[in-house]
Write a protein that binds this ligand. Structure first.
Ligand code: AMP
Ligand code: MG
Length: 396
């Protein structure tokens, strides 16, 4: 099909519409899910000295199999006040600094301690250096722990906190407005008149953005009225980094997003993508805000939000790799060949195999509820048998 933009090209054009937001410095308690603006460099060695990895006794390996005279103690939080000499053992605890002279730890389960003398009752350390964490074995001062644009997961936050830093520079969170359009929509839970339906896309999109670094304002709703829509777009553009419209992006008489964007002084960058669902996706700018126009059908909105909205938010928040990761797995069943649009089939990945769900109509919500993957069938892909490998994106 000609005139439809390939997904990758559309993603690249969308992300090029606006540079990432400026960074801000925040504390560790606020930074989960944010993206680092600078490389996080280690300000210290970790550990800063050789430490014991076990509760036991620090000894000289060459003194095995003992016995030893017990001389003092090294506990976490202080430096040992003496060294370990020939025939000596120092009581030591996990995380405590290894005293000079010692080069192995004998764990307390392997010895008998009578208060003065220590005797081996078990196997003892099998090698020099056993149960010792070497200085800088986690990381060394100056090492890059997290490159700029890394998502701060709980594990990454642990490394950043251990680095010696007190605060982190992260990308600001984009302010994202979600704007639903359609005379038929009613907030979920309200009574419905004939022809009306609950707005399912607002809660779905809010849920998709809940784990993302975005300040989401919703729901804004407008009837299918071009003038009202244009006025609201103008207003929202002043206070947001991105405006996401849902519905009204297609070619029907009541699809006003494109016209309203133009009336409001905005520009369309692209419209219509070689994908299914989601063909009517639209992107442009209005003032400093990026406008992303998602189609209204629930599955279309979901798939386009996965492929465009989440990457846009991550890009604005400073992500180095904002696009969804594509994985590969074998198919449970045979698949027809692809046509002129790339398919994103709502699918289930179970025991390492992919099954497209029954009912790929983009108006349905039930396949969305059941899906944990989007199975990708490329433009012009040949038909394939069960067991063939296919690309997919994780969605749950
Ligand atoms: P549109 O993109 O406006 O042509 O809408 C396509 C289909 O999606 C129509 O059946 C709409 O009723 C439906 N739809 C649009 N917006 C929503 C929404 N926020 N929640 C649920 N369905 C919607
Ligand atoms: Mg509509």
């Amino acid at each position: 099909m000609s005139g439809l933009l390939p997904v990758e090209e559309a993603q690249a054009r969308l992300l090029a519409l606006r540079a990432p937001l400026l960074p801000e410095k925040i504390s560790f308690s606020e930074c989960v899910g944010r993206y680092t603006s600078d490389d996080i460099l280690a300000l210290r060695d970790q550990p800063a000295a050789a430490l014991s990895a076990m509760d036991g006794y620090a000894i000289r390996f060459e003194d095995l199999p003992g016995p030893w005279t017990i001389t003092g103690e090294s506990a976490a939080g202080a430096a040992p006040d003496r060294m370990v000499g020939a025939g000596e053992a120092m009581r030591i605890f996990t995380g405590a600094i290894l005293p000079d002279g010692a080069d192995a730890i004998v764990v307390q389960e392997d010895v008998a301690d009578d208060g003065a003398m220590l005797t081996l009752t078990g196997e003892g350390p099998g090698a020099r250096g056993r149960h010792i964490r070497a200085r800088a074995d986690d990381f060394a001062e100056g090492e890059c722990l997290l490159p700029a644009g890394t998502r701060l997961t709980p594990g990454a936050i642990a490394a950043a906190a251990m680095s010696g830093a007190g605060q982190l520079a992260v990308g600001r969170r984009p302010r994202v407005a979600i704007l639903t359009t359609g005379d038929e929509l009613v907030p979920a839970g309200r009574a419905l008149a004939p022809g009306q339906i609950p707005d399912s896309n607002s809660p779905m999109l809010a849920a998709m953005l809940a784990g993302e670094p975005a300040i989401v304002s919703l729901p804004h709703h407008v009837r299918d009225d071009r003038a009202i829509l244009a006025k609201l777009l103008k207003e929202l553009a002043r206070r947001h980094d991105a405006i996401v419209t849902v519905g009204g992006a297609s070619v029907g008489d009541h699809d006003h997003v494109r016209g309203a964007l133009q009336d409001a002084g905005g520009q369309i960058d692209f419209w219509k993508i070689a994908m299914r669902p989601g063909k009517p996706l639209m992107a442009g700018t209005i003032g400093d805000a990026v406008l992303l126009g998602l189609p209204g059908n629930p599955s279309s909105a979901f798939v386009t939000a996965t492929l465009f909205l989440l990457p846009l938010v991550r890009h604005l928040a400073g992500a180095r790799d904002p696009l969804p990761t594509v994985h590969r797995a074998p198919l449970e069943i045979a698949l027809d060949g692809g046509d002129g649009r790339r398919d994103y089939l709502r699918a289930r990945l179970k025991n390492g195999r992919l099954t497209p769900l029954i009912g790929q109509d983009s108006g349905r919500t039930m396949p969305l509820a059941a899906a944990n993957a989007l199975l990708i069938r490329d433009i012009g892909a040949p038909p394939c048998d069960a067991g063939a490998t296919a690309d997919y994106i994780v969605i749950a």
